[in-house]
Design a protein around this ligand. Sequence first.
Ligand code: COA
Length: 284
Amino acid sequence: MMFPRSEWTIRQATPADRDDAARFLASAHRRHLHLDWSQPLELVGSAPFLIAQRGRQWLACLACPPDPVDVAWLRLFAVAPGAPLTPSFRKLIQAVVPEVARMGTSRISALATRTWLRPLLEDAGFAPTNEMIFFEWDGGPLDPVRQSTIRDMLPEDLPEVQAVDERAFQPPWQHSQKALEQALEAAALASVYELEGQIVGYQISTASALGAHLARLAVEPRYQGRGIGRELVLHALTALGRLGLGRMTVNTQADNLPSQRLYQSLGFRETGMRIRLYERFLHV
Ligand SMILES: CC(C)(COP(=O)(O)OP(=O)(O)OC[C@H]1O[C@@H](n2cnc3c(N)ncnc32)[C@H](O)[C@@H]1OP(=O)(O)O)[C@@H](O)C(=O)NCCC(=O)NCCS
């Protein structure tokens, strides 16, 4: 089936498109999803979520809602069987760039979770800027967790946790409070480290049939290098181990040497899996 490009229209999805989106994603020929802790259909009400269609038929869709405001992650791209891959992506990116720039975003960031995505990103003006590297811990002896002020994270901690996150990470890696709220809801264990009543570090871990995953770890910059990150990871490994989770995965940036040293010193080993980060800067 061929789709002459002159007949394409591009429009913003509305909440009424949810059912069509579900059907389209289920039957898509190629699909990239990078959702963190949300569900694909939650994106349908967000902007920009653009649909390229011919008549009423969906050809492709792409979502990259800015969150936080400065960064629009490519959360979803899907293309119908028979629709041209590279032109679909190029056209949708061309349409979202002014949208997200108007919203105050200065970059679109994309994890090339699939190899077919790389040439599309390069064609659409993205360049590789970093890489995610993956580690796993498969059990083994652990130091005892020191007597410290680590406690369960509560929903009311989120503003303080988000402030630590924003100071500890650089763009595009910071999370909004909404994203952290979703992470907390999805967590098997979420903990904060307190010093004199102030949150100075936190970790969020999830669990699946495959084991635990350290989804988020950060320490307030002025308290880094004092063993707090190490205590938080040890605490997570120990507490999740008691729940029968004897394996943990984590990923970090290729240029983030402090976190890599921390994981390696605790017995995590690199798996060899790598995912490239591509970015397009918008010069707003
Ligand atoms: C990574 C991070 C959580 C580590 O927390 P921390 O409290 O500073 O780490 P610790 O003091 O417990 O250090 C533990 C080990 O990490 C390594 N490490 C920590 N800071 C380091 C630095 N600046 N340079 C090199 N290695 C460092 C060392 O191996 C250290 O062990 P050592 O003290 O025996 O040398 C913290 O640096 C941070 O929040 N960074 C920004 C956010 C981030 O990168 N999160 C993880 C991404 S997945």
